[in-house]
Design a protein around this ligand. Sequence first.
Ligand code: SIN
Ligand code: MN
Length: 222
Amino acid sequence: MAPASTAPIEVAPGCLWWPGWLDRAGQEALAEDIRQVLAQAPLFTPRMPRTGKPFSVRMSNCGPLGWVSDQTGYRYQPTHPETGQPWPPFPDVLKRAWRELAREFAGTALAPEACLINWYAPGARMGLHQDRDEQEFRAPVLSLSLGDTALFRVGGAARSDPTRSIRLVSGDALLLSGPSRLAFHGIDRILPDSSTLLRQPGRINLTLRRVRPAEDGEILPI
Ligand code: SIN
Ligand code: MN
């Protein structure tokens, strides 16, 4: 694992990228953690508000809150939409990633509250969007990638801003912070057979988010 002080690549102001933040052993351990989370909180198919059209990505969450989407809208909630059970806790490595990257490089004192788990089968994609269902934009969004490489597109805070594309590889970490916190981003496609990490072709992306506003004097409890 790269030491916390490793300088990231600044893709855009506040959009920081650490290629290979997790080494192979770290990726295998995290993949196993996620298998255990998914055994408790199975992947579900999110649907677009109003139309009910299914996403191509399947999702789950860990942490106190989870992001869900169905015909009634996007929201964070403390329980799985199908099982009704609380989301499993964060694996330790996610808490460490938040401390070493979000706290160190974006200066946040706030703890994460949700980790969205996205499963991209080959052919899945995610359209350009902003992460704006949170009530607290001072904290960054921290992403970790496992499995097949993704073409990740990131632009600015306006949909019409120019975008650039980078390849997010298994083990990479990426922070959307400061001027990039509300940057439009998405996944154009997954490159087939680009990783041997997972037992089936595809990609896992984990995004750690702070959801609720800070309480007075709150400091990071992890
Ligand atoms: C997301 O925007 O929720 C996921 C981004 C990614 O898959 O890298
Ligand atoms: Mn997003």
